[in-house]
Design a protein around this ligand. Structure first.
Ligand SMILES: Nc1ncnc2c1ncn2[C@@H]1O[C@H](COP(=O)(O)OP(=O)(O)O)[C@@H](O)[C@H]1O
Ligand SMILES: [Mg+2]
Length: 359
């Protein structure tokens, strides 16, 4: 079902945990709520689930308003028809895998024959088809989260809510389960809201990402939007790494050009500057190029002689620290591609990879 969060706010005493949050999730969509620790992600999810009451604002699931304090509306959690998966393995240890997953259907007094069918189908979907009779205590962390996922999905929830479900797993398992989770969501088509502080999870899983900062929505869009057309330095820097260089746009970007403090002119793709024409150039380390000779085909005129201060190789990638005018800039490239430096080199940048933000 679709979800609408409108002007949602929640304060704990003096503290505004969530502030004027408006978000829409379409039916079947996977929304990732992303942001640093303490930015209000869990509070948002708990408001959606009905574990917290908002100070103001409204939440609508499908066609049902579930929270609207102004009109005295509050639907309790158990009546919202949601599925939930948390960071901690909320699996009942004294039950088998089957019994854990069957539990929500038992509570609803679904006939046993139907329960067997649904549970077995769900266990197969999450890759636990063979583990049905195992005691839950015999499972690894990854398997326990599969059980939790199956249990959240078995009763056909209106919306699936997940709060950092992979955080307690080791890296390999986290990446594997992340991939499987996406497939399960695709196959069931369940509208999902997934909370994480991990930008790579957000980029892989999200149809849309809501990036929060200090209780507020910083930017909402597709992973591509946030990656390529960030609206602030915070967004550019939170997703991956970004070189951020203060610039001015004397023509307010109408000519798609900005100038650095050292007087270098850069052709840019677009973006925004503030009312005084000040802004910040955003360049991803992997978008800039270093060559020992000046490139023949000029990258929209964006070519400068630079000094490569340092080169470090991390696995198959080489990171270079470059002095460009008075700025320190980071450039990354696959190690097998020819790369210049240390010492004198040329830095080039395609106009399409140069973006400007106003704050
Ligand atoms: N029950 C509570 N009482 C007081 N403050 C809270 C409570 N829950 C959350 N907060 C505060 O609200 C802010 C947002 O918390 P939270 O939503 O848990 O952030 P996140 O999940 O993004 O790390 C934090 O500053 C946190 O300390
Ligand atoms: Mg949290």
């Amino acid at each position: 079902m679709k979800v609408s969060i409108e002007n949602l706010a929640k304060s704990f005493g003096e503290k505004d945990a969530v502030n004027d949050l408006t978000l829409h999730v379409n039916e079947g969509e996977f929304l990732v709520v992303l942001g640093p620790s303490g930015c209000g992600k869990t509070t948002t999810l708990r408001l959606l689930a009905g574990f917290e009451r908002p100070s103001s604002g409204r939440i609508v699931v499908g066609d049902t308003t579930v929270t609207d304090p102004e009109h005295g509306v509050f639907v309790p959690p158990q009546k919202r028809g949601l599925g939930m998966v948390f960071q901690s393995y909320a699996v009942w240890p004294h039950m088998t895998v089957f019994e854990n997953v069957a539990y929500p259907l038992r509570v609803r007094r679904v006939p046993m024959k139907q329960i067997r069918l649904s549970v077995q189908g769900m266990l197969e979907l999450v890759g636990l088809g063979e583990e049905s009779a195992s005691p839950a205590t015999a499972l690894s962390g990854g398997q326990m989260q599969r059980v939790a996922l199956a249990r959240a999905l078995v009763a056909d929830p209106s919306v699936l809510l997940l709060d950092e479900p992979l955080s307690n797993l080791d890296l390999k398992m986290r990446e594997r389960l992340r991939h499987e989770l996406k497939q399960v969501q695709r196959r069931t088509g369940v509208t999902s809201v997934y909370v994480t502080h991990d930008q790579s999870e957000a980029l892989e899983l999200g149809d849309k990402i809501a990036l929060m900062n200090g209780g507020r929505l910083e930017q909402f869009g597709t992973p591509d939007d946030l990656w390529h057309v960030p609206t602030s330095r915070f967004v550019a820097d939170f997703l991956g790494t970004a070189n951020i260089v203060p610039v001015v746009a004397p023509d307010r970007l109408r000519d798609k050009k900005v100038v650095t403090a050292e007087g270098a002119t850069i052709a840019v793709h677009g973006g925004e500057v503030d009312a005084d024409g000040n802004g910040y150039l955003v360049v991803r380390p992997e978008a800039a190029r270093l060559t020992s000779e000046a490139p023949v085909s000029s990258s929209d005129g964006n070519v400068w002689p630079v000094n490569v201060v340092e080169r470090t190789r991390v696995g198959g990638v080489t990171n270079s620290r470059v002095e460009w005018g008075g700025q320190a800039v980071r450039v990354s490239a696959l190690s097998d591609a020819t790369q210049a430096g240390p010492g004198k080199a040329y830095l080039s940048l395609a106009r399409n990879d140069a973006w400007v933000v106003s704050r």
